[in-house]
Design a protein around this ligand. Structure first.
Ligand SMILES: [Zn+2]
Length: 107
């Protein structure tokens, strides 16, 4: 299960990097027809659909406890850290998570 999580993280990271590269290097054949507004490099949107089977196996990287979806975040049932979901990809990184205090301040 730990290995599967690492694979998921790697896949998410690769998708994120790929997306960034796509936006930072405009493709001439595409941008010719795109309006200037749509070329902006917008950050990944919070939220999106997460596969329920994926949700069921995800765990907090800190204490390995299950997470539950609350809005656009996956919340650890132990430490209450909030892991963001970006474009349907759960970001299970401690550095990216909101602490319970930060989550409370955001609400
Ligand atoms: Zn936790």
């Amino acid at each position: 299960m730990k290995r599967l999580l690492l694979v998921l993280l790697a896949a998410g990271g690769a998708a994120y990097l790929w997306r960034r590269r796509q936006t930072s290097e405009p493709d001439a054949s595409v941008s010719t027809f795109a309006s200037p507004v749509s070329v902006s490099n917008e950050p990944p949107k919070l939220g999106g659909d997460v596969d329920p089977e994926l949700l069921a196996i995800l765990a907090c990287p800190l204490d390995k406890q299950p997470v539950m979806r609350e809005g656009n975040y996956l919340v650890c049932q132990e430490c209450r850290r909030h892991y963001p979901i970006r474009d349907g990809i759960p970001v299970m990184l401690i550095d990216e998570a909101l602490t319970p205090e930060q989550a409370a301040a955001a609400n």
